[in-house]
Design a protein around this ligand. Sequence first.
Ligand SMILES: Cc1ncc(COP(=O)(O)O)c(C=O)c1O
Length: 422
Amino acid sequence: MNHNLAIHGGRPVRARPFGPTHDFGEDDVAAVGDVIRSGNVGRGPVVDRFEAAFAERHGVEWAVTVNSGTSAMHTCIGAINPDPGDEIIVTPWTSGGSIIGALLHNCVPVFADIDETYTLDPSDVEAKITPRTRAIIAVHLFGNACDMTALREVADRHGIFLVEDCCQAHLAEHQGRIVGSIGDIAGFSFGGKHLSAGMGGAVLTSNRALWERAVLFRDAALPRGNGPLEGMPYANYFLAPNYKINDILAALLLNQLGKLDGYVENKARSASNIIEGLSHAAEITPQAVRPGDRHSYWNLGFTIDTGALRCTANDFADAVSAEGVPMAGPYVGSGDVGPLYRNAFLAGPDLYGKTRFPLDYQRERPVDYRQVTCPNGEAIMGRGVSLIMQPSYTEDDVADMIQATRKVADAARDGALAPANS
Ligand SMILES: Cc1ncc(COP(=O)(O)O)c(C=O)c1O
């Protein structure tokens, strides 16, 4: 049967590119221009204003800006101040940025399994807790909130910290509560996510001790004259990096913050229309959202029935992309590589220099990520595909995405993507 798939030389559903990722306009240029014209381009009052506005939008006491989501997650760990070899529980399905900071802090990531929401399964988290566990990192993958009610209970029962990774989940909600306000401390990325300045990040907390340590941690533990801990004697108090941002970046973030609610509403509307448009394709199942939660759709994730469609998730995504609708295959570190624990930085022979430190620190046997498995995660990730959601999508854009995905699904069902000898 001729399905005319673009990947086989047929005519693509869409030839036009999609619109811009964000609404960057003259208002943004003016905000940044004001800072430059002021002559004070370092860390100053605009950073303070953005931090206050970002904290207020989330109903938390404090925001601490940093230069990326990776450094935000590191600052969360730095604020908690674990000992070398302490364990941090995390999901296998996330960006390396969720745990790079934990590793730089000489902690040991421990992987717990996920469920069809693509987020941590609280019962497996509890099963992975040991006397060395210091924290859970709850990653709201693609913008879908973790089961924060259950994770909060687990964390409280065991006296450990609950850290939120909100890098992909700006303005998502769990049971009416905005993410970033539920854990003890939370990290955000502004590197191309809903709120974006192309780089940057922030930490949120209402815990004064964690806030004070986070403020110091993001700036070499050196209290500056113009910073929130003004008055402390000027000295390096503990080992910490320099992750701070300046007023130029903060001016762009502050102006974009005014557009964030609109961005998230547009993404959610497009996502719900695409889900509706694909609802008759029985082989395509959207990421499950808990009743009462609000997904904020950095990405719209699906699992496909690779048996019925007779192709891999990567092949499916490549065929949709060839139709002019960019679709990703299994996310970060999956597909050919596998979940995060199969990535070379964890599964390879070395971590620091030619050593396995801290994976062997005060342990009879070093942690060996080649032996780790999260069966549900591997099964779900192996079938995962996703569409990036942009606030600029029009009804025509959404219609093209539905048409391209349906066209490929119809063809795949008939074996158009099946290996030649199957
Ligand atoms: C879940 C998650 N955590 C952390 C990060 C790291 O953020 P950044 O790229 O800003 O360092 C990302 C980035 O994609 C992410 O998706």
